[in-house]
Write a protein that binds this ligand. Sequence first.
Ligand code: NAD
Length: 471
Amino acid sequence: MSHKYSFFGAVERSFDKAAKFTKWDKGLLDQIRQCNAVYQMRFPIKRDDGTIEVIEAYRVQHSHHKTPCKGGIRFAAEVNQDEVMALAALMTYKCTIVDVPFGGAKGGIRIDPKKYSVFELEKITRRYTSELIRKKFIGPGTDVPAPDYGTGEREMSWILDTYTAMHPGEIDAAGCVTGKPISQGGVRGRREATGLGVFFGIREVCNMPEIMKKLDLSTGVEGKRVIVQGLGNVGYHSAKFFQDAGAKIIGLAEYEGAIWSNDGLDVDAVFQHRKKTGSILNFPGANNFEKSGDALEMECDILIPAALENVIDGKNAPNVKAKLIGEAANGPLTPEADEIFSKKGIIVVPDMYLNAGGVTVSYFEWLKNLSHVRYGRLEKRFTENMNTHILGQIEELSGKKVKGPSRDMILHGPDEVDLVYSGLEETMINATREIMDTWQENPDIPDMRTAAYVVAINKVATAYAELGIFP
Ligand code: NAD
């Protein structure tokens, strides 16, 4: 990654491009665009070999127009202030597009987690949490972190444990962080939420006949040839949901290499192979790519970059042959790449709403924590009893019995995971339609990303305007 490239600058460019299609005055637009609070910290930890290392870390709250703020914590060697600011800004726009009532935030610790022991990672995470507590940069009503690149349920548990230990008796403490294990107040469906949201979002675009016609593709997801970069939390689940819906995963890329097969790859088998051998390469029946990045340039219908930012830039974008690109990662395309795809008529489904499944389900988790009850607990049995009664009446009147899976489907009362999935599906479908409607209503809007920004700016600006601060 080039150090001259500014990720936050790219977000600002996209913002300004979209702001022209809105009616808001400059002062208000400036207030929306800027980061409201940037907390940069340094703290020491003692490594297992006895040496002291100073850790660089950040928490950025991009917008206080709604509280709490919300956004993941990233552990990566490349973390820097510009990146965390950009990701925090994307969180504001993401939350508002999917109607999640939070301001955007993001955290980052500049370490390569692979180079630290579990004990060291725990010390770093707990110390980082203490620093956040000291400045009131964490709490169920102020700022609620979540997993991101390089972090998961384990880190969220450490954060929760540190927070609760320092806030004895705070009844809503579990709402200080999301993406927790179920036993710690997590919600069923959070782990796969971002990947599932990516699937729902792209599926909705694929179900739009006029868009598919423009791309010379048939409607629907079934049979589509898909390539996914990054087999982590987001990439693995995205690939899996596409495969389950009948799409063909013809390429998978990881940092050590990439593989392809025109017959389709079984995502779970590849995942197990990588776990066993330590590499994605040499998967039985598949071909290796020489360089991992080559996978992005292979012929396919849908390309899903789900690893990190800036993987497609002005240099490799002209070689990309996909017809539709789903930004599962945050910022995988540089503005130069975006221009190239826009000119070519390739549809780019933008990150800030496509990967909003994680924050949407995080919102459900936070609500669960505040209400102290599992989703479905109160109504499941009632619904099943009612459905049994209704079905019994229908069978008696018609003289016919409903059997098999249909019977189970009708009688079934909702479990937590059913409600979470359906809430997410509804959210992603609505967001996709709102963005597409905005795009269609104004033919001068050049691409879907700009349309998504227009939706986001209008919603945040309306919230500010209705606060009465701005004219
Ligand atoms: P993760 O750490 O679980 O997985 C990332 C994967 O990408 C890893 O397997 C890594 O080896 C691989 N990778 C790294 N560099 C690569 C390269 N050059 N080529 C191919 N593969 C490479 O992280 P994640 O949580 O899946 O996050 C991935 C992206 O999705 C990030 O941009 C993140 O900000 C974004 N995102 C994550 C969530 C979430 O809920 N986890 C939500 C929204 C957005």
